[in-house]
Design a protein around this ligand. Structure first.
Ligand SMILES: [Zn+2]
Length: 398
């Protein structure tokens, strides 16, 4: 009985001690959690502060510390991944985003986000196949549209024009935006490639599709003429290019030489040249001037070329016209062996050529990229139809 009485006393004491130990453990755990939380908060704030003060290296160290303390955080991983990519540390960005997309416990929207970011990382690293696979995993949600935009950009880099057409068509529906101009250019690219590989049937189909996307498309009209030349039908080429000559003469310089060749094949060279001459009034500094000058010199001689340049100088003075006039004068002096005049003209000519060569440029209206030749797609910003067909001789002049 004595034992039973002591048990009665001991049992509450043991329970009491157990309760106290549990409480103590809880308090200890709470304390440890508080310390960890404070550490996380401290590192997060430190990271943000460093980010704001543009100290990216230190910011990354601080944020990596938080990610280690709480590996389940998704937002922080996204922030880190995008920071790595922005700094050009693509491999690290890929690792972070791959870790996120491999996790089983994240929400579908985060999985989509991770696939999109991973796609952009691969794109940045030039791993286009993997970028395509990742971006194609984003089939809905907030990142669906940006993923399609990235895919379209990628197909253009790869020059995979057929896939670009599909992506642009889908984007057109998603964004309720008109992508027809771009689609017409993609078909034109296919036509150019087909003509290069002598597949004239495929070229014709692509040109027809370009017109279907944008009726009277300028580039497709130019290509229709080139296709006719490839089929040995100069008459049809002149007919197609006649539309450029009448409706979009600013683009004539892109076909002027071929135009002259087609006319020559039909013994209509002079007629073709006269039509080109008419457009010099509005293209005093353009490439058309160089071409018309060359053909006038060849067909009519230096005196006629000089007269033409005198007229251009009166209506639309430009450094290009002045240079061409001196070139004609030089040839006239050379023909009559006037050594002194030749030396004098040559000195001015060299100086002018130097100036016009460095100034004459086509300029992108979107990013300001300046180039010596005309592009349908800007090599600087990859936008289409952003180059004015008119070459300029410096800022403000045409
Ligand atoms: Zn540009």
């Amino acid at each position: 009985m004595q034992i039973q009485t002591s048990w009665l006393v001991l049992i509450p004491i043991v329970f009491g001690l157990g309760w106290l130990a549990a409480r103590w453990e809880m308090r200890l755990q709470e304390f440890e959690d508080d310390v960890e939380q404070t550490k996380k908060q401290h590192s997060t704030f430190r990271g943000i502060n460093l980010l704001l003060s543009e100290q990216h290296d230190k910011a990354i160290d601080a944020l990596v510390e938080v990610a280690k303390l709480d590996p389940e955080t998704t937002e922080l991983h996204f922030a880190l991944g995008s920071l790595f990519r922005r700094r050009g540390e693509t491999e690290r960005a890929i690792r972070v985003h791959q870790h996120l997309s491999n996790r089983q416990d994240i929400l579908p929207k985060d999985r989509s986000h991770a696939a999109y970011e991973l796609g952009r990382d691969f794109l940045r690293a030039g791993m286009l196949d993997r970028a395509e696979s990742s971006l194609n995993l984003v089939i809905e949600g907030r990142y669906h549209l940006p993923a399609k935009v990235a895919l379209l950009e990628m197909y253009q880099i790869e020059k995979d024009w057929r896939k670009a057409i599909i992506a642009a068509t889908e984007l057109g529906v998603l964004e309720k935006k008109n992508y027809q101009d771009q689609i017409a250019h993609f078909y034109c690219e296919i036509a150019v490639e087909s003509m290069r590989s002598k597949n004239l049937i495929a070229a014709k189909e692509a040109i027809d599709q370009a017109f279907y996307a944008v009726p009277h498309h300028i580039r497709a009209t130019i290509l229709r003429g080139e296709l006719a030349i490839a089929q040995q039908r100069p008459h049809e080429a002149i007919e197609a290019w006649g539309n450029i000559e009448k409706k979009s003469p600013a683009y004539l310089h892109l076909i002027a030489d071929k135009w002259m060749k087609a006319h020559a094949e039909l013994s209509l060279e002079q007629e073709g040249l006269e039509k080109l001459k008419l457009h010099l009034q509005e293209q005093g500094a353009g490439e058309l001037l160089d071409m018309v000058f060359k053909h006038v010199l060849r067909i009519e001689g230096p005196k006629q070329a000089q007269t033409l340049m005198n007229n251009v100088m009166l209506s639309t003075p430009s450094l290009t016209a002045m240079t061409k006039r001196l070139e004609a004068q030089f040839l006239i002096a050379q023909a009559s062996a006037e050594e002194a005049s030749m030396a004098e003209i040559k000195a001015s000519l060299d100086l002018l050529k130097q100036k016009t060569n460095s100034l004459a440029r086509y300029t992108c209206s979107n990013c300001g990229f300046r180039a010596r030749r005309f592009y349908w797609q800007c090599p600087g910003c990859n936008h289409w139809d952003v180059y004015s067909p008119k070459r300029s001789e410096g800022i403000g002049s045409v």
